[in-house]
Design a protein around this ligand. Structure first.
Ligand SMILES: [Cu+2]
Length: 356
């Protein structure tokens, strides 16, 4: 098959070469040169540009009509409205400029195609023109940049102190969420502590870790409350992307990145708005991280504070999760473990170490 393709290409090249030779000879017979450019050639070229221009704008229209709705879903976070506004303002400036420059481009190619005896006007300098095309873009671009930096700074300010902290932990190819618990402090973690039981490598000796809650499959957040996400990765760079909340942040092994936002629309409300009773917010990975990257996602449920409180209260704390099974605990100090099951005391730590 490969040889057949090579053979066809070679034959094609030879055929074109012969065709050019034929054109050259026939031009010589007519007493001309095949390289002469006639006025008809120029006119046809110019007309082709008009046809191309029409197709070009049609392609633009077709793309907007068919794919415009896929750009971004309705914003469901407070800062999302600001970024959308920034996006819209940029588009309102870019779109007319795009049309004006391209219409003129195609039209002037057509209007001024070369005719015999026609001479182009030559002028070397115009201060007025230079000023116009320097000052106007400067003002427009500076305004856009200042507006953009202002919006960016508003979004990336440190989260308020009382903001709920959730860790989003990425690994090939899933997400784990960890809630900081009542103290709003995530327990320390290290990749060195990762094992079959402790998948996030949380330090069991750290007091702050005991009330952390680890959640898989889906995570919930309360509507109207600021949530501060801290991102970590176990293996390669992932990117936490929550398109409805206009939130995206890289998850980089060995370092912590963060971002906070306030969700404004609950999952139930969004289901009504979209007319899709199966609608769900999603956390996606937006960095090609390996073979199953396409399926690296986690459901996000936005609900009322009461619903959220109920959901989170049913989840086990880290201390409860790593607490040893009853028979083993009984041999150590069952009273101490039972009395304070939310705290990781030294006895529990010792037992965990033995279990491992
Ligand atoms: Cu990925």
């Amino acid at each position: 098959m490969n040889w057949l393709i090579i053979f066809t290409v070679v034959l094609g090249v030879l055929a074109v070469a012969r065709l050019l030779k034929v054109m050259e000879l026939s031009a010589a017979l007519r007493g001309g040169d095949v390289n002469d450019i006639t006025e008809d050639n120029n006119k046809n070229n110019a007309l082709t540009w008009i046809v191309f221009g029409v197709l070009f704008f049609y392609a633009f229209y077709w793309q907007v009509k068919n794919y415009g709705a896929l750009l971004l879903p309705e914003s469901a976070s407070e800062h999302g409205l600001k970024t959308d506004m920034l996006f819209d303002v940029s588009m309102w400036i870019i779109t007319p400029t795009f049309f004006a420059t391209h219409i003129f481009l195609f039209y002037y190619i057509f209007k001024y195609y070369h005719r015999k005896g026609q001479k182009a006007t030559f002028f070397a300098h115009s201060t007025k023109l230079e000023l116009i095309w320097t000052v106007i873009p400067t003002i427009v671009l500076t305004s856009l940049i200042v507006y953009g930096i202002g919006t960016w700074n508003e979004i990336t300010t440190p989260a308020p102190q009382e903001t709920m902290v959730i860790e989003l932990y990425a690994k090939q190819y899933d997400w784990t969420a960890r809630y900081a618990g009542k103290d709003n402090q995530l327990g320390k973690a290290s990749f060195r502590l990762i094992d079959g039981v402790n998948a996030l490598g949380i330090d069991v000796k750290d007091e702050a870790a005991s009330d952390d809650k680890i959640v898989r499959g889906e995570f919930h957040i309360p509507v109207g409350k600021s949530v501060n996400f801290k991102f970590h990765s176990r293996d390669v760079i992932h990117s936490a992307y929550m398109p409805h909340f206009r939130a995206q942040m890289n998850c980089v092994p060995g370092m912590e990145t963060m971002l906070h936002f306030v969700p404004t629309i609950t999952t139930a409300e969004m289901r009504v708005k979209t007319g899709n009773d199966k609608f769900d917010y999603l956390l996606l990975c937006n960095k090609i991280c390996g073979a199953s990257h396409f399926n690296m996602q986690m459901k996000i449920v936005v609900e009322s504070q009461e619903e959220f409180d109920k959901w989170i209260s049913e989840k086990k704390t880290f201390a409860q999760e790593i607490a040893p099974p009853a028979p083993v605990a009984a041999t150590v100090d069952s009273a101490a473990v039972a009395a304070d099951s939310t705290k990781v005391d030294s006895a529990t730590v010792k037992v965990v170490a033995q279990v491992h």
